[in-house]
Design a protein around this ligand. Structure first.
Ligand SMILES: C#CCCCC(=O)N[C@@H](Cc1ccccc1)C(=O)N[C@@H](CC(C)C)B(O)O
Length: 197
């Protein structure tokens, strides 16, 4: 898997490849690793497909309960800490790497990453999954803060496309999502990094 999330001027942008593998067997070439937590908060999943689905279901339920009790949308920070709480409670049984990204009216677009250890860190840009190790050079070179929507879309597409071309556990299409005060807008790109020039 290759997953990424980036804060930009209008909100946050998330991206992922679409391969689920079982050894060298491709169990799903069109997986959707950009999973809805609430209308304004999404989670990018890496690691065990089953474990990430289980954690997501528990957290989505708890945040739905929160919204019904308080009549307030949970903030991205609250969602990230609920993920951390569930993950940390079962961490010796889980194999999960998550990036939580979304928008709220308190702090706008935010990205939080929960790596294997189970801590929560806010970052303007985060990436994870096996494919991310192949593109740190590219992202360290090309990331800049407050990119425009077009710059951010291009950055994520190229980074994930490069990871897909090198990582055997990443493949399929580049799925993208943009989250802002208007909710989410999704895109799907069959990226080919062989330039036609
Ligand atoms: C089919 C089947 C069984 C395994 C499916 C399965 O979880 N594959 C995993 C790799 C893995 C992990 C831990 C144990 C085994 C196999 C996978 O493809 N993970 C991708 C993300 C998830 C959310 C789709 B990515 O991290 O590569």
């Amino acid at each position: 898997t290759t997953i990424m999330a980036c804060e930009f001027e209008g909100g946050v942008m998330i991206g992922a490849d679409s391969r689920t593998s079982s050894g060298t067997y491709i169990a799903n070439r069109a997986a959707d690793k950009l999973s809805k937590v609430t209308d304004y908060i999404y989670c990018c999943r890496s690691g065990s497909a089953a474990d990430t689905q289980a954690v997501l279901d528990i957290v989505a339920y708890q945040l739905d309960f929160y919204r019904n009790e308080t009549n307030e949308e949970p903030t991205v920070e609250i969602a990230a800490n609920v993920f951390r709480d569930v993950y940390y409670r079962y961490r010796d049984q889980l194999q999960v790497g998550l990036i939580i990204a979304g928008w709220d009216k308190v702090k706008g677009g935010q990205v939080y990453t929960i790596p294997l250890g189970g801590m929560v860190i806010r970052q303007k840009f985060a990436m994870g999954g096996s494919g991310s190790t192949f593109v740190f050079g590219f992202t360290d070179t090309n990331f800049k803060e407050n990119m425009t929507e077009a710059e951010c879309k291009n950055f994520l597409t190229r980074a994930i496309g490069l990871a897909i071309s090198r990582d055997g556990s990443s493949g399929g299409v580049v799925r993208l999502g943009q989250i802002s005060d208007k909710g989410i807008c999704r895109d799907c790109i069959k990226y080919c990094d062989i330039s036609d020039s």
